[in-house]
Design a protein around this ligand. Structure first.
Ligand code: 1CP
Length: 350
C-alpha cells in the first residue's frame, strides 16, 4: 500500500526533524539553487521563457521544482521562484535579466519613493499557492521549502537598481537617511511576511529567509539597521508550525544575531566551521551548510574529504541539514551533486 499522503509524514521526515533538532538516521541534504541551475532538463523546459514568466506558471514551477528531487534524491525540494517575485507581483517595475539578475526600473532612493511602494495582496501571488498545491501530491513524503528574500537583501536590489558588489547606494541611504531606510525595510518586511504566509498557508513544510548580502554589514550595523526587520518577518511566523531557516553569505560574525532574529535553523557559509557555528547560534538551534560550492569542481577524493569533515562537524549541533555554503554554481556537474547526496546518506549510516 502506498504511504498515506499527509503532513504527519512530512513532520517525521529527516529534513523537518533535523530542523527541529530531533534525532535523524542521517543528515538530510538539499542544495540551495538546486532548481534551475545546472540541470539540462531545466534548460530544456525553460527554453526562451523569461524567468519571471516561468515563476507565474504553476505547472512549469512544479516540473522545475521536482527535477532535482528526481535526479539527486535530495531530502527536500525548494520551490522554483525568486526573491523578487513578490516585489514584481506587488507592482514594482522590475525584470530578471539573463546573465545579470534582478534589474529595477526606478531605483528607490528617497522618502517619496519609499512612500510610493505598494503592499502585497496575497491574491497577487495566487500562482505561488497554486504551484504549492500541485507540488504537494507529487512530492509525497519529500518536504517542500518555501522562501523569500530578507529586507536587507531586497532593499539592496531596490536601492542599487540591480546586483551590486559593494552595496554603496544602499549603505548611503542606510547611514544617511536612517528613517527612510527603516521605512523601506518595514515595508519590505511586510511584503516578505505576506509572501511567506501565502506559502505556509498553501502547505510548505519549512521556510528559508535569504539574507544573502547581510554579510556586508558589521554586527553593530546589522543589529541596528537590519535585525528589527528580519525579526518582524521571522517573528511573524513563530506560531506557524514550520521551521524557519535564516541564511546569509559571509555572516560568520553575524550568526548569533541572525539566530536571535527568530531562526530555528541558521545557514552557514563555508568560511565558518559548523562546530564553531553551532556554538555561536546556541544550543536550541540547528545549522545548515556548508560545503563551498566551488569545491564541487575539485577531483572526487577532495570533495569526499570535505563532505566527511562537514558531516562530522555538523554532528556537534542539535540538528544539521547538509547543504552548500551558497547556491549551486551554474557550471556544476549534476552527477557530482547526486554523488554528494549518496555520500552524505552513506557516511552517516556507516
Ligand atoms: O534554490 C532554488 O533552486 C530555487 C530557485 C531560486 C532561489 C532560491 C532562484 C531562481 N532564485 C533564488 C533566490 C535568490 N535570487 C537569491 C537568494 C539566494 C542566493 O543568494 O543565491 C538572490 C540573491 C536572488 C537574486 C537573483 N535572481 C540573482 C543574483 C544576482 C546577484 O545579485 O548576483 C539572479 C541571477 C537571479 C535570477 C534567477 N533566480 C533563479 C534563477 C534560476 C535565476 C536565473 C534566471 C535566468 O537568468 O534566466
Amino acid at each position: 500500500m502506498m504511504a498515506p499522503m499527509n503532513s504527519t509524514n512530512i513532520h517525521q521526515s529527516p529534513f523537518v526533524r533535523a530542523c527541529w533538532g530531533q534525532p535523524v538516521p542521517y543528515p538530510p541534504v538539499w542544495f540551495m539553487r538546486q532548481a534551475g541551475r545546472s540541470l539540462p532538463e531545466y534548460r530544456q523546459v525553460r527554453a526562451d521563457l523569461p524567468m519571471l514568466e516561468s515563476c507565474r506558471r504553476p505547472e512549469l514551477v512544479t516540473e522545475i521544482t521536482l527535477q532535482p528531487v528526481r535526479r539527486h534524491r535530495v531530502d527536500a525540494a525548494i520551490l522554483f521562484s525568486d526573491i523578487v517575485v513578490p516585489l514584481a507581483a506587488a507592482g514594482i517595475d522590475l525584470d530578471i535579466v539573463p546573465g545579470v539578475g534582478p534589474v529595477v526600473a526606478d531605483p528607490v532612493r528617497d522618502a517619496a519613493a519609499v512612500a510610493a511602494l505598494p503592499r502585497l495582496d496575497p491574491d497577487q501571488v495566487g500562482y505561488v499557492a497554486d504551484a504549492v498545491a500541485l507540488l504537494l501530491p507529487e512530492l509525497k513524503d519529500t518536504p517542500l521549502i518555501g522562501f523569500a528574500g530578507a529586507p536587507f537583501t531586497l532593499a539592496s536590489y531596490l536601492v542599487e537598481g540591480g546586483p551590486s558588489r559593494h552595496h554603496e547606494r544602499t549603505k548611503a541611504l542606510m547611514y544617511g537617511a536612517p528613517q527612510v531606510w527603516h521605512a523601506l525595510c518595514a515595508r519590505l518586511a511586510e511584503i516578505t511576511l505576506t509572501f511567506l504566509r501565502v506559502q505556509v498557508g498553501a502547505g510548505v513544510a519549512a521556510v528559508q529567509l535569504f539574507d544573502s548580502w547581510a554579510g556586508a554589514l558589521s554586527e553593530a550595523d546589522y543589529r541596528e539597521y537590519v535585525l528589527p526587520h528580519s525579526t518582524a518577518v521571522l517573528g511573524g511566523l513563530a506560531g506557524a508550525g514550520v521551521p524557519r531557516i535564516h541564511f546569509g553569505v559571509g555572516t560568520g560574525h553575524l550568526l548569533p544575531a541572525m539566530a536571535q532574529a527568530g531562526a530555528d535553523v541558521v545557514g552557514v557559509d563555508w568560511r565558518t566551521p559548523l562546530s564553531e557555528a553551532a556554538t555561536a547560534v546556541g544550543p536550541d538551534r540547528a545549522v545548515q551548510g556548508n560545503l563551498d560550492p566551488a569545491v564541487l569542481f575539485a577531483p572526487w577524493p577532495a570533495i569526499e574529504a570535505q563532505v566527511r569533515r562537514i558531516v562530522a562537524e555538523g554532528a556537534s549541533a542539535p540538528g544539521h541539514v547538509f547543504n552548500l555554503g551558497h547556491g549551486v554554481l551554474p557550471a556544476t556537474d549534476p552527477d557530482i551533486l547526486t554523488r554528494v547526496v549518496a555520500l552524505v546518506h552513506e557516511v552517516s549510516a556507516g
